[in-house]
Design a protein around this ligand. Sequence first.
Ligand code: FMN
Ligand code: SF4
Ligand code: SF4
Length: 253
Amino acid sequence: MIFYFSATGNSEHVARSIAEANDDRLAYIPDLLTSGELSFDVSGEKMIGFVSPTYYWGLPTIVEDFLRRVELSFEERPYTFFVATYGTKNGAITQVAERILKDKGVDMDASYEVRMPDTWTPVFDLTNEENISKRVKTADEKLEEVMCQIASRSKGVFMKDRIPEFISKMFYSLYEKARRTENLTVEEHCTGCGRCAEFCPVHAIKMCDGRPEWTMDSCVMCLGCLHRCPSFAIQYGDKTKGHGQYINPHCPE
Ligand SMILES: Cc1cc2nc3c(=O)[nH]c(=O)nc-3n(C[C@H](O)[C@H](O)[C@H](O)COP(=O)(O)O)c2cc1C
Ligand code: SF4
Ligand code: SF4
């Protein structure tokens, strides 16, 4: 069983590829949190996989919330692993996930990383299609390698872009301010299609008089609303407009 979160398709592609290669099932974390389905008997499962993007060198709040709340019961624990997708450095995401799971009696057998285009467009520019294609191609090669390691039930930490947790914590503390919804704005040309509200994994957007409004002070800040808006009408600060939109090419909507 592969649990995953994804806003722009990078982690979805990884999770889907692993599930398909192993004829295993996928579970989308926001759906599980919305439905309250958080107890799983995983005794007969082939594997327990977690796939998540890295946010501020740590876990997206929605994934941390899920890991803290999920209950996994088993007689013999299936092969258990975490795959972090990321754009530059994945910090301590797997160390944090490992600790949360260990505290509830679930040991991690392996941690993997797959570097992808960086969807944090308040900083990174995703307008160069050639660069994106190259990065996606390299990611696909890396994913093949990770899938072979999973198939052979490799054990260990297979990551070169980790950062010690005590350093990562400092950067992670900035996520709190960055994920305030007041950072998101809607431009005049919004058509009122409602796609952003429909997508939001934590239901933080409501349509009011044909325009999105944020109903929470903070969200996951996954940028799914920004990258998936058909009119590119949602922005975060003054850089995102010039940095483009992105959805992993293997996961078109
Ligand atoms: C709020 C936010 C913070 C991010 N922080 C990091 C980071 O600290 N390090 C990094 O390498 N990538 C970072 N990224 C990039 C994503 O981890 C990366 O692009 C990931 O593959 C996106 O996955 P998805 O397409 O499945 O949503 C960040 C992206 C967002 C939206
Ligand atoms: S997805 Fe874009 S165009 Fe559609 S309602 Fe949201 S902001 Fe407006
Ligand atoms: S409001 Fe936008 S950025 Fe925030 S969680 Fe929802 S989709 Fe993601």
